[in-house]
Ligand binder design. Structure first.
Ligand code: NAP
Length: 340
């Protein structure tokens, strides 16, 4: 049996070798908890101060060395229903609380502004095996449902994360903007999406701190783990301030960007954070009231931009293998067309 609740928890992170899971593990260690990370090591290594159990969750017996003891809380970042189910089957009897990192991609409707956690979800993905990214949203719904079915709603926190940003981001999305600003001369034109549309990011350190807090407090239920809605233009200005430059943002309309085959949101040759309206009017304006009430604290977007820039500088702001954002050549071609 677990000892009575003490200040220090035994926390199992399923993951911890990648970005958010690593941040959760680091934060929990800093708060004095005893942290174990279970992962293969393909995504990286877990942070200092944790016990690392190397295991493949798709192999039989993957959880054997962590299933024979009690855990105050288990944190799972997987979006693969088979991995989530195998963890629940092995660990539920000895886990007092469960933190499942879900996503706002569980929601069907991206067009209606200001929705909360009661918004309709995708049907749960029904297959039993590994899933592809195309069914990410339904897979997350299946994972959420498996957690609640196994543990009951009160023992599970479903953290529906929105776009995560800050130091360590592997997607290159938010970081495109501080990196682009850092490359700009004063007054240099920079192609931008419409500035009055909102974006909504959560700093990885705010999210990880809150996840650890919810494990400590045994918070249960579904929560949108998202930042406050901020106009795109304010986010770009914060990026320029972090970089100490003054680019001239040239905002292009949704229709024009679509005609030029610019990719919205993410991916190679995309304009990151661009959300065509009205289809995505609700994508970046989800309510975070419940999470704030449950202890979520948010830093200003300027701090996130500064952290993202520090990370971008480590990766190299001139690198040509970005996972998201326009290449200089493509941006120059688009700016020239915008002017004619
Ligand atoms: N980035 C965003 O903006 C965003 C937005 C919304 C929600 N989310 C959610 O936030 C979470 C991100 O977490 P993250 O950055 O830590 O995760 P991640 O990059 O998705 O990495 C997955 C973790 O699971 C481990 N893993 C994968 N397959 C495994 C296997 N077969 N056996 C054992 N371990 C395995 C990986 O470690 P090894 O490869 O080392 O085994 C890694 O630590 C995800 O749930 C994601 O869906 C992200």
């Amino acid at each position: 049996m677990l000892p009575a609740m003490t200040d220090s928890l035994d926390l199992l992170v399923l993951g911890g070798t990648s970005w958010l899971g690593g941040a959760v593990a680091r934060d929990a260690v800093a708060r004095g908890h005893r942290v174990t990370c279970l992962a293969r090591g393909e995504a990286g290594t877990p942070p200092d101060g944790v016990t690392w159990v190397r295991a493949d969750r798709r192999e039989p017996g993957a959880y054997d060395s962590v299933a024979d003891r009690d855990w105050h809380a288990v944190v799972d970042v997987s979006w693969q229903p088979d991995q989530v189910r195998s963890a629940l089957a092995a660990l539920t009897p000895r886990a007092r609380h469960w933190v499942y990192v879900s996503s706002c991609s569980v929601y069907v409707d991206d067009a209606t502004p200001d929705t909360d956690e009661s918004a309709p979800l995708h049907p749960a993905h029904e297959g039993a095996g590994p899933v592809d990214i195309e069914v990410y949203g339904p897979a997350k719904v299946a994972c959420e449902r498996a957690c609640v079915d196994a543990l009951g709603a009160e023992r599970v926190l479903l953290a529906r994360a929105g776009l995560i940003a800050g130091y360590g981001d592997r997607s290159d999305r938010f970081g495109y903007w501080p990196a682009r600003a850092a490359r700009a001369q004063d007054g240099e034109p920079v192609l931008a999406p419409p500035g009055d549309v909102h974006t909504q990011v959560i700093d990885v350190d705010d999210l990880s701190a809150w996840l650890v807090h919810t494990a400590e407090q045994r918070v249960g239920g579904a929560f949108n783990a998202v930042g406050d809605p901020v106009p795109v233009r304010a986010t770009l200005d914060a990026s320029a301030s972090a970089a100490g430059t003054r680019p001239t943002y040239r905002e292009a309309a949704d229709g024009w960007l679509t005609e030029q085959d610019v990719e919205p949101w993410a991916g190679p040759e995309s304009l990151p954070l661009w959300l065509p309206q009205p289809d995505y009017a609700g994508f970046a304006s989800r309510s975070n009231a419940a999470a704030k009430h449950a202890g979520l604290r948010l830093r200003p977007v300027a701090d996130t931009a500064a952290a993202a820039l520090a990370w971008e500088r480590e990766l190299g702001i001139d690198r040509d293998d970005r996972r998201a954002g326009l290449s200089p050549a493509r941006e120059a071609e688009l700016l020239e067309r915008l002017d004619t």
